[in-house]
Ligand binder design. Structure first.
Ligand SMILES: [Zn+2]
Length: 266
């Protein structure tokens, strides 16, 4: 059996990005490891969920372990950087934030874990971090370099399929299906056009695990969140399939884990 390591920026990113992929891998008997760059210190907590004096980073760390249990992740690590906040904010200048981290240094820290785990596949985010958040862009840079240092055979860059989401929203409008809550903003920064995406993982059967992982992050994803208000079937269609850019694409000697999960889309 193989190993997949998923590198994430903040607690709850593992729910939104690669949850169905790793739940599928775990169900097939593969080892799943999740590494977080930060503890999401600058997240906006759902109003009223924190007790008086409760520290957000500790709450979010606890939520990560609950989410890991829902997805079948067997090891959780934090690299210990601090959340950088949004692009353009003064928090991105803070000395220990992930955005200010030296890429080579951070990559060596991640590479230590990769050398222990010898994964078949490492997941990171696309070169724009999926939607332009500085810590997500840094996950791409650090993850790509760490994979190189540790000799990981396949790096899968998670992204959002902008065209797929646009088709779903257009279809819902055509069928006059009410879309509850606020659907994601599909601006230029959101994901990649389908033409640039190489692979998908069909995790629709693991949509319930993905939703359970989101529910674990109660300090961030409230019960009225768009993704949680969707009916099961719409959630599975919208979020059960996860999208990746893989370059280079492994040849016929690709690891079994890769072949089990990832399918070319073109
Ligand atoms: Zn994030």
């Amino acid at each position: 059996m193989g190993t997949i390591v998923s590198f994430q920026a903040h607690p709850d990113d593992e729910s939104i990005t690669t949850a169905a992929t790793v739940a599928k891998a775990a169900a097939a008997g593969h080892r799943v490891v999740t590494v977080f760059a930060t503890r999401g210190e600058l997240g906006q907590p759902v109003p009223g969920v924190l007790a008086d004096g409760e520290q957000l980073s500790l709450r979010r760390s606890a939520e990560v372990y609950e989410s890991a249990a829902a997805l079948g992740s067997k090891r959780v690590e934090f690299l210990g950087y601090v959340d950088s906040g949004m692009m353009g904010e003064p928090t991105t200048d803070a000395p220990y934030c992930f955005w200010q981290a030296d890429v080579e240094h951070a990559a060596r820290r991640l590479a230590l874990i990769l050398e222990e785990e010898q994964p078949d596949v490492l997941t990171v985010y696309d070169d724009n971090g999926g939607y332009g958040h500085p810590d997500h862009i840094q996950v791409h840079r650090v993850g790509m370099r760490a994979a190189e240092l540790a000799g990981v055979p396949v790096v899968a860059q998670h992204t959002f399929n902008r065209d797929y989401f646009q088709r779903l929203l257009a279809q819902a409008a055509e069928n006059r299906e009410p879309v509850e809550g606020t659907p994601p903003d599909l601006g230029e920064e959101f994901g990649k056009p389908e033409a640039e995406i190489t692979h998908s993982v069909d995790g629709t059967e693991f949509a319930a695990a993905k939703r359970a992982s989101m529910l674990a992050h109660a300090s961030q994803i409230g019960p009225d969140h768009f993704m949680l208000t969707l009916p099961d079937e719409a959630f599975a269609v919208g979020f059960g399939i996860e999208w990746y850019v893989i370059d280079p694409i492994p040849g016929p000697d690709a690891p079994q884990l890769f072949n089990d999960l990832f399918a070319p889309i073109h």
